[in-house]
Design a binder for this molecule. Sequence first.
Ligand code: SF4
Length: 253
Amino acid sequence: MAQRIPDPEDLKEKALEIHRRLCREYGCPIAYFHDHDPLSELISSLLSHRTRNQDSGRAFQALRRTYPTWETLRDAPTAEVETLIKGVTWPEQKAPRIQAVLRAITERHGTLALDFLDELPVPEARAWLEQIPGIGPKTSAAVLSFSRLRKAALPVDSHHHRVAQRTGLIPRTMDVGPAHVALAALLPPEWDAQTVYDDHEVLMLHGQRCCYFRNPACRRCVLLDLCPTGQALKAQSFGTERTSAEHPAPPAA
Ligand code: SF4
C-alpha cells in the first residue's frame, strides 16, 4: 500500500517527540566517545565502515603507533598500510582510499590538516569534505560532530536509518545518503552540537537495543504508539517478534 505523504510540520513534531522519548530512555546528554582532531577522526571514520568498533579501533591504534605523523601514513607503501589494518573489512580497498583522501586534502588545502574547517559554517565544511572522492555525508558529518570540532552535524548510520524509516520520519524507499538531508531538516535549527549528537546517538542506540534489523522488540518499545511499523506488527499480534541469541533483549534494569 502506498505511504501517505505526511505534513512537514507533523513530521518535525514527531521527530522532536522521538528525540524526547529516546533521550529519556538512553539518558541524554550522551558522552562523546572520541576526542580526536578532525583529521584523525576522518581516518577513524574511514576505517570504521562496516566494521566492528573494536576492530577499527585496533587498526587506528596500529596506524598511530606505526606512523609518527599522518603525512608518513599518506606516503607509506600501501601494502604496509593494508597489513596494519587487516582487521577491518576490505583492507585492500581502505588502505589506498585513506592514502588517496590524505593526498587530496594536502593538494586542496596545501597542508595535511582539517582544523581550518572550524572556521566554516557546517554546510560549507561538509561540502568541502564531500568533494573528496571517498567521503560521503556520513563521514563528513562524523568528522564535524565526533571530532574536537564538536559541530552540529547529523550523521546517519544503518541503525539510525532503519529506525527513521520504520517510524515514518523518512520514506521506506529513501537511501541513507539522502536521509542525511531529510532528517537534519526535521531538527530545530537552533539545536547545539551536543543535542544534534544526542539525536543521532539515541536513534542509533535504539536500533542496536530494541529496533533490531530482524524481529524488532516492539512490545517494549517506547515509540510503539507513534510508529506505523510497530502498529502494523501489533495488528498481526506481534507474530514475528521473538528474541534470539542474535538479537538478545537488553539486560533488565
Ligand atoms: S515500534 Fe517496533 S518498529 Fe517501531 S521503532 Fe519501536 S521497535 Fe522499531
